[in-house]
Design a binder for this molecule. Structure first.
Ligand code: IFM
Length: 489
């Protein structure tokens, strides 16, 4: 028995608990740019997020990831925190510009050494690592190459970036494949494509719907190239996935217009990734909705769809909040940042509405039924394919009390409700293999900077002092026991 299993046995709940499968992965998730800092150390070069965050007006209060929560230097302390809490898994991302500063060529060993050491520490602590290859920090060199790049910019709008991603995936697999079994290629490619190139609220901040669609295809292709690279480097051992932020889209009314709005958002929000990854095809209605914006025939080359549809072992699902849409009306899309440019190519006239439910500090409505619905949908579309909840969590207005505590009861209630939904799905036969709470630590929340706190561990940003919140203790107990109470007292 490992130390963690020992503690599980000792704390095994008596009754009135929802018990999860024994091999269920209980973890937290983070991403490199949001926590590491050390942006110019050991050969790392700027990513598109360094450039974007240093551009005046792009990020709240001008915050950047330069220091973030200094995880690059405090990783031992952070792993020790996870161990103390009894977590059994940890999802982190690898920073591409640490490994390949120009996005091409040989790896920088110092960059890889950081992740080797991190993974070794996790394994020694009995924590299963799950590595994400890409969580939005594209090397700036691939967005605007100093030589040979097109003036309009490259990045994910050009096919070349997908090919480079395949090479990068091989390098990381070669370095970490002996230690890491669980891999996810991309995190939320919808955000990379449509917030990065469509609405412009994320790096690189472009606002061209055609570019966003090209980016989506090239991200899909990158996933395919990544899967091929990981399979080649790690035959028979790796478990591969991609993490999608699927949108649970509901109509405002039963009217045909509102049903049509759901169809459109589902096409460009979900099926643009689900269909090629799970079925090796794009859907006809997506082509039709966006034909005026992109030449799909030229974009999708022979062999692309077969590469993208190569089998995966799990699907990563990131879920926060559902969406309510109508065919017309005034739009209020709280979830995707404010911009005069729509992140929904071909669906610009669709209006978003505030869904019912209490709100998080992001103004996102709380509704665990959206998670359950998405799990059921995936199960219906691909019965038997295990799903890992690779992100779920909430931002709260957290603060440390004079007693040195952070009493985040709302977060505990949120996680409890969502784990309950997951448990019900498992009971109904959906193979959910794990749950990763977003996030381990308060961190750089993209365009919101440090103003939003998602961590189960509070970080006092000026001192970098870590304080586990009440939710960390609650979640730690769930991880150690493999169970949550049926109801919260
Ligand atoms: O912080 C992000 C994360 O990087 C991607 N998924 C959503 C989280 C909360 O906004």
């Amino acid at each position: 028995m490992t130390e963690v299993q020992d503690r599980r046995a000792a704390e095994a709940p008596a009754d009135d608990f929802l018990r999860f499968p024994p091999d269920f992965l209980w973890g937290t998730a983070t991403s490199a740019y949001q926590i590491e800092g050390a942006v110019a150390e050991d050969g790392r070069t700027p990513s598109i997020w360094d450039t974007f965050s240093h551009t005046p007006g792009k990020v709240n209060r001008g915050d950047t990831g330069d220091l973030a929560v200094d995880h690059y230097h405090r990783w031992r302390e952070d792993v020790a925190l996870m161990k103390d809490l009894g977590l059994s898994a940890y999802r982190f991302s690898v920073a591409w510009p640490r490994v390949q500063p120009t996005g091409r060529g040989p790896a920088v060993e110092r960059g890889l050494d950081f992740y080797r050491a991190l993974v070794d520490e996790l394994l020694a602590a009995g924590i299963t690592p799950l590595a994400t290859l890409y969580h939005w920090d594209l090397p700036q060199h691939l967005e605007t190459p100093s030589t040979g790049g097109s003036a309009a910019g490259g990045g994910w709008t050009v096919r070349e970036t997908a090919e480079r991603f395949g090479e990068y995936a091989s390098l990381v697999a070669g370095a970490l494949g002996d230690r890491v079994r669980h891999w996810t290629t991309l995190n939320e490619p919808w955000c990379s494509a449509f917030l990065g190139y469509g609405s412009g609220v994320h790096a690189p901040g472009r606002t061209d719907p055609g570019a966003a669609l090209r980016a989506a295809h090239h991200l899909n292709l990158a996933h395919g190239r990544g899967v091929a690279a990981l399979r080649a480097a790690l035959p028979g051992t790796a478990e591969l996935s991609v993490s999608l932020n699927l949108h649970q889209v509901r109509p405002l009314t039963d009217s045909p217009e509102d049903q049509e709005a759901v169809r459109r958002i589902d096409a460009v929000g979900n099926r643009i990734f689900l269909s090629p990854v799970l079925r090796g095809r794009y859907d006809t209605d997506l082509y039709q909705d966006t034909a005026h914006l992109v030449d799909w025939e030229q974009l999708v080359r022979p062999g692309d769809l077969a590469a993208i549809g190569a089998p995966i072992d799990q699907l990563g699902l990131n879920y926060y909040s559902p969406a309510v849409v109508s065919g017309s009306g005034a739009s209020r899309d709280n979830c995707h940042g404010s911009s005069e440019h729509s992140p929904w190519p071909g669906s610009e006239h669709v209006a978003f509405h505030q869904p019912p439910g209490e709100l998080t500090a992001m103004n996102w409505s709380i509704d665990p039924t959206g998670l359950r619905d998405l799990l059921d949908r995936i199960h219906l579309e691909r019965p038997g394919l295990p799903v890992i909840i690779t992100e779920n969590g909430m931002a709260c207005e957290d603060y440390v009390t004079p007693e040195g505590e952070v009493n985040d009861r709302d977060r505990i209630a949120f996680v409890h409700q969502h784990l309950t939904a997951v448990h019900r799905a498992i009971e109904a036969g959906v193979p959910v293999a794990g749950y990763f709470l977003w996030s381990l630590l308060d961190n750089f929340e993209w365009a919101y900077g440090y103003a939003k706190r998602f961590g189960m561990v509070h970080v006092d940003f000026p001192t970098q002092r870590r304080t586990p919140k009440d939710s960390a203790h609650w979640y730690g107990r769930a991880c150690r026991t493999g169970a949550v109470p049926r109801s919260l007292s």
